[in-house]
Ligand binder design. Structure first.
Ligand SMILES: [Zn+2]
Length: 73
């Protein structure tokens, strides 16, 4: 039977594994990540780092964002 210290460690490991397992899901900003890379929630292409520097919460690439806003190309 695990003592309290072991129990706390198991809880901590479960917490870390839970956090890791959610890495590929949408984060608080609604962004979708694959292997730590933010990808467009519409087309699934990686969002360029330059765009993320300007708009860290961007969840779409420029093209899909424009389409979403109804802009014609
Ligand atoms: Zn896109």
């Amino acid at each position: 039977m695990p003592d309290i210290a072991d129990r706390a460690q198991l809880d901590e490991q479960a917490h870390i594994l839970d956090a890791l397992s959610r890495r590929d899901d949408r984060d608080d900003a609604g962004q979708t990540r694959e292997n730590g890379v933010v990808v467009c929630c519409d087309c699934g292409e990686p969002i360029p780092g330059a765009r993320l520097r300007i708009l860290p919460t961007a969840c779409r690439c420029v093209e899909c964002q424009d389409k979403a806003e109804g802009k014609a190309w």
